[in-house]
Design a protein around this ligand. Structure first.
Ligand code: SAH
Length: 260
């Protein structure tokens, strides 16, 4: 049977690959990896005989042609994607081309860069009574945003925003968030190359300051922008505690402490 695996490589640190992803890489006969963002270290488990190709510089048709050519019976062929394949990864365009050739597909999820960035900065994206919602989005650049998804509309929820592919658009982000009623001193965290050893940078600022800070740090790509009312909660003096761990709150596994 002909089959292609789309494997999420995670944000960069090879140890953030899933066990399944690691096993598939170690068994692969051919791997096409997504250029600049997939750590070559992720391929350290590949067999010597495995054909490894960088897709940087390839068009989508060249990518699918490569996959189709390599998908011979019983060969293990992997398209290694950054983070999780279902986010900003052109997954369906590739899958449709393979469906036409009757090639089976399996997708293996990966740790997306939003999660790796939150982890790097020791931030939570949800916090009781602050926000319980996370939006993964991007700002309109050359790719138009669908109706109803402009940043000021999304930001009107005042929930957590994780913005991919938008580090060159910080000026626009500021303008849109201000329209949505965020304050100039709203905290923003930018994480450059989350989980990349010796390269990761965490920039903490505000809506007013973050653009200049990123410019000074020369961050122009491979960065996640997190805007959230939860940022910095580690240093807050008072927190609304999660009900799940509250001594006065009963749930399936624990009775409330009635003596209080
Ligand atoms: N599928 C990927 C996203 C691909 S789009 C995922 O799930 O993470 C590429 C964008 O992802 C970049 O512009 C950047 O915003 C973000 N990104 C990818 N790797 C990153 C990393 N290690 N640190 C911070 N942002 C990253």
């Amino acid at each position: 049977m002909k089959k292609i695996y789309f494997v999420g490589a995670g944000p960069g640190d090879p140890e953030l690959l899933t066990l399944k992803g690691q096993r598939l890489i170690s068994e692969a006969d051919a791997i096409l990896f997504a250029g600049s963002l997939v750590s070559t270290a992720a391929m350290m488990w590949a067999k010597n005989s495995c054909e490894i190709q960088d897709s940087k510089g390839m068009t989508l048709v060249e990518i699918t042609d490569w996959l189709i050519t390599h998908a011979i019976d019983n060969a293990k062929v992997i398209r290694l994607q950054t983070g999780d394949p279902s986010l900003y990864g052109a997954l369906i365009e590739m899958v449709q081309a393979l469906d036409k050739e009757d090639i089976a597909i399996e997708v293996v999820p990966g740790v997306t860069s939003a999660m790796a960035s939150a982890a790097a900065a020791v931030e939570t994206l949800t916090l009781p009574e602050i926000t319980q919602t996370v939006i993964f989005s991007r700002v309109e650049g050359r790719t138009p945003m669908p109706k109803g998804e402009s940043l000021h509309e999304l930001a009107a929820h005042h929930c957590t925003l994780c913005l991919y592919l938008s580090i060159t658009l910080l000026k626009k982000i500021k303008a849109e968030l201000l329209i949505a009623g965020w304050l100039e001193n709203s905290p923003i965290v930018v994480v450059y190359k989350a989980s990349w050893e010796n390269e990761q940078q965490i920039i903490r600022g505000t809506l007013a300051s973050i653009q200049a800070q990123c410019k000074q740090a020369k961050i122009t790509s491979q960065a996640m922008i997190i805007a959230s009312p939860t940022l910095g909660a580690r240093h807050w003096k008072t927190l609304k505690k999660s009900k799940l761990y509250d001594a006065d709150f009963s749930h399936k596994f624990r009775k409330a402490n009635k003596s209080k």
